[in-house]
Design a binder for this molecule. Structure first.
Ligand SMILES: [Mn+2]
Length: 417
């Protein structure tokens, strides 16, 4: 078998609007709006610089079914560049850009193949010789509840490396819409070698080989939950038909959480310095990219009293934003104050008074599954009652709320000196 290399990308979401970010700086807003375009440009550059043999894109190229004109033109430009470099592209569409969405008449260069609503096979050729066969299918419409893998066929030619190109929720990932659901066993039964998936935005290898089943994740994080490096996979297939993948970061703005513990911090300027150090570390880690940080202050310490005073956290946020460096910048998106007073709840629970009794009782509840269940039955009513109809809280939520309630009560009843 002839060795070859291809790039597996998915979930480009070009021209994501980044709604819902609170009071962002103009430069931050502009950078974010351009970020999905730039990440796409990085994808094209990688393919050309590395002279890969072809590129596969597993859906959600555009963010909206009504594809933005800018996104379509930029995407077409990228396809033309690849065409000039002799790199073929194979595309399926997903739930964000189904075939029935609005689409301008764009003329695609010859190197681009867009799979239709029925699975079909395409051979990839290198120097006139077939090296791989790709079978793909596009979402005809946004909500595909059918298992599309059932319509895939086994490879017509056993001698070629085979790739399945699909936008799908494999294994019922609860964090993503359950579109085109299927199982790893379904994929295994098709007899293909590599499943190039899209839809789940966090990179994950569901199966390493026979077949490889992989989500590359999206090219550019779009909110605090899409944190860390984002990009695509370089897949190398050797002469024995074994596929090796290597991740390449393509993102231009990185989302990162940060945690600062207030223990041992006694002054406001020491707190500011500790935060600044964290932000500097993030900047280094991001290797020249801009960073958006969700900052959590945690731990027990004397600064808690200052942090709970109205306006302190907001002022701190404003100050961190004002002093942020020009470029690359680290923008603090928000500050979560999870700090507590310098109280030792375990020791305090030994006291023979009201607070001691409550702390002992609540510690017992936290220690036993039955205690949590009992509490869940009472609290759950507030959520699932006829008027509200909200989902019942999980045991973990009940546990967290109970732990937090202990702190709030202790801090109210035991003001610091
Ligand atoms: Mn997506």
């Amino acid at each position: 078998m002839q060795p070859f290399r291809f790039v597996h990308a998915a979930d480009l979401h070009i021209d994501s609007p980044f709604r819902g970010l609170r009071d962002v700086d103009k430069r931050v807003g502009e950078r974010l709006r351009e970020s999905t375009f730039e990440a796409f440009r990085n994808l094209i550059s990688l393919c050309i610089d590395e002279q890969v043999d072809f590129l596969v894109i597993a859906g959600d190229i555009y963010d909206g079914a009504d594809r933005s004109v800018r996104a379509q033109l930029r995407f077409r430009d990228g396809m033309r560049q690849l065409s000039d470099a002799g790199i073929a592209v194979y595309i399926v569409h997903g739930n964000h850009d189904p075939l029935d969405g609005w689409l301008s008449a764009v003329t695609w260069p010859e190197n681009v193949h867009i799979f239709g609503p029925e699975p079909e096979w395409k051979n990839v050729e290198l120097n006139g010789e077939p090296i791989a066969a790709i079978q793909g299918v596009s979402f005809p419409t946004r909500e595909v509840r059918e298992n599309l893998v059932a319509r895939f066929s086994t490879p017509p030619d056993d001698s070629l490396f085979t790739i399945g190109l699909l936008h799908s929720n494999v294994g019922g990932n609860p964090n993503h819409d359950n579109y085109a659901p299927c199982t790893i066993d379904d994929l295994k039964l098709t007899g293909l070698d590599y499943w190039a998936l899209g839809h789940v935005h966090t990179r994950q290898t569901l199966r390493r080989q026979n077949p490889a089943v992989i989500y590359p994740g999206n090219l550019q994080g779009r909110h605090p939950n899409e944190d860390g490096p984002r990009g695509c996979l370089m897949v190398e297939v050797n002469d024995e038909g074994a596929a090796n993948t290597r991740f390449h970061a393509l993102d231009v703005v990185r989302w990162e959480p940060a945690n600062v513990d207030i223990a041992d911090i006694n002054t406001l300027d020491a707190l500011e310095a500790a935060i600044q150090q964290k932000l500097d570390d993030l900047a280094v880690k991001a290797e020249g990219r801009d960073v958006i940080c969700s900052l959590t202050l945690a731990g027990r310490g004397p600064m808690h009293t200052e942090l709970v005073r109205p306006g302190t956290v907001d002022d701190l946020l404003t100050e961190l934003r004002t002093t942020a460096s020009e470029s690359p910048w680290v923008w603090v998106e928000r500050i979560y104050d999870r700090t507590h007073a310098e109280l030792d709840l375990d020791a305090r629970a030994g006291s023979d008074d009201f607070l001691g009794a409550v702390l002992r009782k609540s510690a017992d509840v936290l220690d036993s599954d039955e205690g949590i269940k009992e509490l869940a039955a009472v609290v759950g009513d507030v959520f699932t009652g006829r008027k509200n109809g909200l989902p019942a809280p999980t045991d973990e939520q009940i546990r967290n709320w109970t732990a937090e309630a202990r702190w709030q009560l202790a801090e109210l009843l035991e003001p610091e000196e």
